[in-house]
Design a protein around this ligand. Structure first.
Ligand code: URA
Length: 244
């Protein structure tokens, strides 16, 4: 005879699994054994601190971008993320929505995250600049100087295991170097939070917008190689790559 199926239980289990993979339960390094139904206290505190920083960013008028923007783009999502992606600055789509990487480059970043077996809600995504430079011009040095403390505080708060610097501006700013991205990418560097903690590993890779403009197999392979190193470093499984 067919056994009665307890659908409520199945849905509940499914929700728990989904929650597990979407961030509320994110396992972080040595704290894996503390995994519980409720997000731990440090994640709640980190979320509150990130919201405080986000509110300051929304109120910020330290440079002219504060008056030309539609929305500030502080960053999102997971306060307990193992990986933080840092881009250059919001484009038109991000400025319109107040969210990072939601345009064409963002769709490609989503694919990169997915290819890693992760979801956007597992990671934190933000930028060096929190407001859009008009016409998507490069950030000016004084804009970076004014804006950088917000990012530094976000990184101190999240204290991720790995920072992925997307493109030359993010890599050069966070590593305080003038070396080209082609030389920096593919190997881990160290980012110091200045809080007396051990440095955070930083992997520079090509910016998704650069990849879209130079969509060669070699460049895609390079980004994938960089991301594989990140997954290896975190001890995460490396999904098989669909060759297209
Ligand atoms: N490019 C960036 O560097 N950041 C975004 O948020 C979007 C595009």
């Amino acid at each position: 005879m067919k056994k009665d199926v307890d659908t409520t239980k199945i849905v509940q289990q499914h929700c728990e699994m989904d929650n597990f993979f979407t961030g509320g339960f994110t396992i972080k390094g040595a704290h894996a054994e503390q995994t519980q139904a409720e997000p731990d206290e440090s994640a709640v505190e980190a979320a509150a601190e990130l919201e405080k920083i986000a509110e300051e960013v929304r109120q910020c008028r330290k440079c002219e971008l504060g008056s030309s923007r539609t929305n500030a783009v502080p960053g999102e999502v997971n306060p307990n993320a193992q990986i933080v992606f840092v881009g250059e600055g919001p484009g038109a789509d991000e400025d319109a929505q107040g969210r990072p990487f939601v345009g064409r480059a963002g769709k490609l970043l989503d694919k990169i995250i997915e290819a890693c077996g992760l979801k956007r809600s597992d990671v934190f995504i933000c930028n060096i600049l929190k407001c859009r430079p008009p016409g998507n011009r490069d950030p000016k040095p004084d804009e970076i100087i004014n804006c950088l403390p917000y990012l530094q505080r976000q990184l101190e708060t999240i204290n991720p295991e790995i920072i992925v610097a997307l493109g030359a501006h993010a890599a050069k700013t966070l590593l305080d170097t003038n070396k080209p991205i082609g030389q920096l990418r593919g190997q881990f560097h160290e980012y110091y939070t200045g809080m007396g903690r051990p440095p955070i590993k930083l992997m520079p890779t090509y910016h998704p917008a650069y990849l879209l403009r130079n969509y060669s197999q070699d460049n895609r392979k390079r980004v994938w190689e960089d991301m594989k190193k990140v997954l290896e470093e975190l001890g995460l499984p490396i999904p098989k790559r669909n060759k297209k």
